[in-house]
Write a protein that binds this ligand. Structure first.
Ligand code: ZN
Ligand code: ZN
Ligand code: ZN
Ligand code: ZN
Length: 488
């Protein structure tokens, strides 16, 4: 584990527990924290064996301990892990412990980190955070999955008996599973599979729906946290654990489910959601927009039109949202159905409503896939133009909900860029655009590409975002060479 830099320091209070604050002014892009993961683990439901060392697909078992999977590239894994089953306390346990129940892999690794004197202190920080099991036991969520895939197989394996100092009851194991779930970041293995990465300091970052930092994760699972906006001394370092393109009710539901958190951040208390109106509905009386009434504890009430005071009850709004939600599920990737949903529900909702954004994203990604596969009968200009329109609708919302350096906005710009270039190239080739018009569009595309690359410049080279930046830079070169040919 690495220590953090001089620009931040530890703090503690009752509400947030242990957390980090800026100790000096920090500029956007400045690195705040770099950390190796404490633990990288497959998802509980993963059936494919993964190498204990690099987490790629595995087809062989470590010859020494005969317990942990390895891959063709790795011939060993963590010494303590291996030793534990070779000649340590786990020697007598059944060698099939992991192969039979691969779901236990993440928790087994955590228990061995806790057992290992050289990693115990790092784990302790994570374990010290109390978990109120009664919040999780009967509610919605993961309890049953943890029980079947992890806790029961581990209890039956006899592992608890050979780790007597850890006092492993089935409740203690459930608490560990919840700690892993609620503290993990999604990391991507070299083979493209997603995994759970747990970072000791990363886990202390409190949630804010408008985070002031960006989390970057590379292929070696290293985390780099950098400032998204200017930070003042004393500012709390936040991360976001929700999708910024969700509306307040959706984000709050997800936070309750995954972290038992009632968010009262500035976005959650703002009925307009930073001016985007992502949860606002069309007022039936005056054609204005009804916004949700939110009390100071972040509790959502009814919707009211600020212009004519007309009321829409929370129950009516929830009913409508459930109706659109199930229509979205039924649409099953059908372009025409999504377009029909936009026509049907568009007039009832604010144009930026999160459900309309969801439908628009679905349509844009279908059109993108169709263009990639060349599956449109002939690349139809109407569909390409539709894609440009949808991508451009999403841009102002992406810009508003994640201020400062934003991967979300960079990706939005990239999608818009691809759609625009494809359209104008075809229009120019078919003489729908004059040279002058084409050049004007290319100039716009060049600005969009430059802005997107600028937003990704702090990302590590060997990360998904790093590769995206390379891709955009290639696109920019192509645009510039066309500009040279036709324009400048
Ligand atoms: Zn490996
Ligand atoms: Zn081994
Ligand atoms: Zn919030
Ligand atoms: Zn009204």
């Amino acid at each position: 584990m690495q220590e953090f830099g001089e620009n931040i320091q530890q703090a503690h209070d009752e509400k947030l527990g242990r957390h980090l604050v800026a100790s000096i002014g920090i500029e956007p892009g400045d690195t705040i924290l770099e950390e190796r993961p404490l633990l990288v683990a497959p998802h509980w439901e993963c059936h494919q064996l993964k190498c204990a060392q690099c987490l790629q697909e595995s087809y062989v078992i470590c010859r020494r301990c005969q317990v942990f999977p390895l891959c063709m590239d790795c011939n060993q894994h963590d010494e303590f892990e291996c030793e534990f089953f070779t000649s340590g306390a786990g020697k007598a346990l059944c060698k099939d412990i992991l192969v039979k129940n691969f779901g236990i892999c993440g928790l087994l690794k955590l228990l061995l980190l806790l057992e290992n004197p050289s990693t115990k202190a790092d784990c302790q920080m994570l374990i010290d955070v109390p978990i109120n099991l009664s919040d999780y036991r009967d509610g919605e969520g993961m309890w049953q999955e943890h029980e079947e895939l992890v806790v029961r197989p581990l209890m039956e394996s006899g592992l608890a008996d050979v780790l007597p100092t850890q006092g492993l009851t089935s409740d203690a194991l459930h608490a560990h599973c919840i700690r892993i779930d609620s503290n993990s970041f999604e990391v991507t293995a070299k083979d493209g599979d997603t995994l759970k990465g747990v970072f000791v300091w990363g886990a202390t970052l409190p949630h804010h729906c408008v985070p002031n930092t960006v989390v970057a994760l590379d292929e070696q699972f290293n985390m780099k946290l950098y400032a998204a906006v200017p930070l003042q001394p004393g500012d709390i370092i936040y991360n976001s654990y929700t999708n910024p393109l969700m509306g307040t009710s959706q984000r709050q539901h997800q936070l309750r489910l995954s972290r038992r958190l009632e968010c009262t951040c500035s976005r959650c208390l703002d009925p307009t959601e930073m001016g985007t109106h992502m949860s606002s509905l069309k007022c039936k009386e005056c054609g204005g927009f009804s916004v949700c009434e939110i009390d100071s504890n972040g509790k959502l009430g009814d919707w009211r039109c600020p212009d004519c005071r007309a009321l829409l009850t929370a129950a009516e709004v929830h009913e409508l949202q459930a109706e659109v939600g199930s229509a979205l599920v039924d649409a099953m990737g059908d372009l025409q159905v999504y377009e029909a949903l936009l026509t049907q529900y568009g007039p009832l909702l604010h144009p930026n409503h999160f459900m309309l954004l969801d439908i628009k994203q679905n349509i844009a990604s279908i059109l993108r896939a169709a263009a990639l596969m060349n599956s449109m009968d002939q690349p139809c200009k109407k569909l390409l133009a539709r894609r440009v329109e949808l991508c451009s609708d999403l841009l102002p919302v992406c810009r508003a909900v994640v201020p400062g350096i934003s991967k979300l906005y960079a990706i939005g710009l990239f999608e818009y860029l691809l759609a625009l270039v494809e359209l104008v190239e075809l229009q120019f080739a078919e003489s729908d655009l004059s040279k002058k018009e084409y050049v004007a569009h290319l100039r716009t595309a060049s600005l969009v590409a430059t802005e997107a690359m600028d937003l990704l410049r702090f990302e590590p080279e060997n990360s998904a975002e790093g590769y995206l930046a390379d891709r955009i830079s290639m696109e920019l070169e192509r645009i510039e060479s066309d500009l040279k040919k036709y324009g400048r």
